[in-house]
Every structure is written in C-alpha cells, then in structure tokens.
Write a protein that binds this ligand. Structure first.
Ligand SMILES: [Fe+2]
Ligand SMILES: [Fe+2]
Length: 158
C-alpha cells in the first residue's frame, strides 16, 4: 500500500474507533441473546438493531481506512460487560457509548485543528450517531427506572 494520506494521529483514532465499534457489536449481540434467554423479546430486538448499527459504523471505518491507504486492523476487542438484569446491561452500555462519544468528539476536534476537513466530517458523522445512541440508552433507562425497584427484571444469571 502507498503512504497513508492522513496524519498518524488520525490513523490512531480510526484504529481505536474500529476496536470500539467491533467491541460494541460483540457486546450488543451478546446482550440480544441474553435478553432472549431472559424472555425479554423487545429488549432482544432493540439490542439486535443496535448490533447492526454498530456493524455499519465498523464498515464505514473499514472503508475510510482503505480509502486513506491503511489496512483496517482492530487490535483491541474489549471483553463483553454483562449484568444480572436489563437495567444493569443498559448501565454498561451507557458507559460504552459515552466512551465512544468522547473518542469521536476528540477525533473531530483534532482533525479540525489540523485542517483535515474530510476526516473531521467523517468523525462528526459518527459522533452524531453515537450521541443519539447515548440518548436512547438514557431514555430507555429512564423508562425502566420505575420498574427497577420492583425487581421484575432481576435475573441472577450473572
Ligand atoms: Fe457505533
Ligand atoms: Fe453506539
């Protein structure tokens, strides 16, 4: 391959982004199947939907990395973080989404600061999606807050 056409630090952001997106795919796919085990069909569907969205993000990053001349290698797949009930899973997801938001925010600012508008726009697009994810997780958690204390969704599998 030729020399990469972006700043080395931008390549670093792309690599970290790919690792986090694949980690999110693994996490949500696992949670979808765990929700099936718990008989929470709607939650399972929502986690599956999230899995697909994160997979599409990973694909956008793969395309971008090839486009700038690097091999897309994600080197750090995170272990899945689970919990014993739906609220616990969502809390873990809020942490993951917040981390991804922070990464895209930093990457966007960095690319703006070095006048790499194309990369800045790329990261900004992902940032917008992840902010929406973080808000969805938050809203979902709020919608469950009344139930949490009643223990209806306590499942001591983990
Ligand atoms: Fe994502
Ligand atoms: Fe996300």
């Amino acid at each position: 391959m030729q020399q990469p056409r972006v700043h080395p630090r931008t390549l670093g952001y792309l690599g970290r982004a790919l690792s986090l997106e694949y980690s999110a795919v693994q996490q949500y796919m696992t949670q979808a199947n765990l929700a099936d085990v718990w008989g929470l069909r709607e939650a399972a569907d929502r986690f599956r939907h999230e899995t697909v969205e994160e997979m599409r993000h990973a694909e956008r990053i793969v395309k971008r990395m090839l486009g700038v001349g690097v091999v897309p290698n994600s080197s750090q797949l995170r272990p899945v973080t689970l919990a014993g009930n739906l609220v616990g899973l969502l809390r873990q997801n809020a942490v993951l989404e917040a981390e991804i938001v922070a990464l895209y925010d930093e990457a966007t600012r960095f690319c703006q600061s070095i006048d790499d508008g194309e990369s800045a726009e790329f990261f900004q697009g992902l940032l917008n999606d992840e902010i929406a994810h973080a808000e969805e997780v938050d809203a979902w958690l709020k919608s469950l807050s009344g139930f949490e204390t009643k223990g209806w969704n306590d499942r001591a599998y983990f």
